[in-house]
Design a protein around this ligand. Structure first.
Ligand code: SF4
Length: 121
């Protein structure tokens, strides 16, 4: 059997993941992607910042990707606040970097959209 056929056969035997596990995996990949972009590709982030429009609505969903951030405070009026807002990491400050981040965020609740969107380049 060729290596390609063996790979395809092995892939077919992989059990399907439950949707909630798939979503967590996708969110984890997004977190790693954002971290990598902040580490090695700040030019891309700067470019995307010029296309980003809108403002944060303080829904707090981006703070719940993979796990709920311990610094997130859920307020009685339904909004949220960050307890370390002035010192939060770049992954939080520049969220969303691009449309892929909005898709990750929407996996937690697309009923109310993020306050940010992106103009086409
Ligand atoms: S998901 Fe968007 S609107 Fe909600 S807290 Fe994050 S940046 Fe703000």
């Amino acid at each position: 059997m060729s290596p390609l056929r063996a790979f395809k056969a092995a892939k077919l035997k992989t059990p399907k993941l439950p949707p909630e596990v798939k979503a967590k995996v996708a969110q984890s990949v997004g977190k790693l992607r954002r971290f990598a972009l902040h580490t090695v590709n700040e030019d891309y982030i700067s470019q995307m910042q010029t296309l980003r429009q809108g403002a944060c609505r303080r829904c707090g969903l981006c703070c719940k990707l993979v796990f709920e951030c311990p610094f997130l405070q859920n307020l009685a009026d339904g909004r949220s606040r960050c307890r370390i807002h002035g010192r939060k990491p770049d992954n939080c400050t520049f969220f969303p970097i691009d449309e892929r981040d909005l898709q990750d965020r929407d996996s937690l609740g697309a009923q109310v959209p993020c306050g940010f969107s992106f103009r086409k380049a």
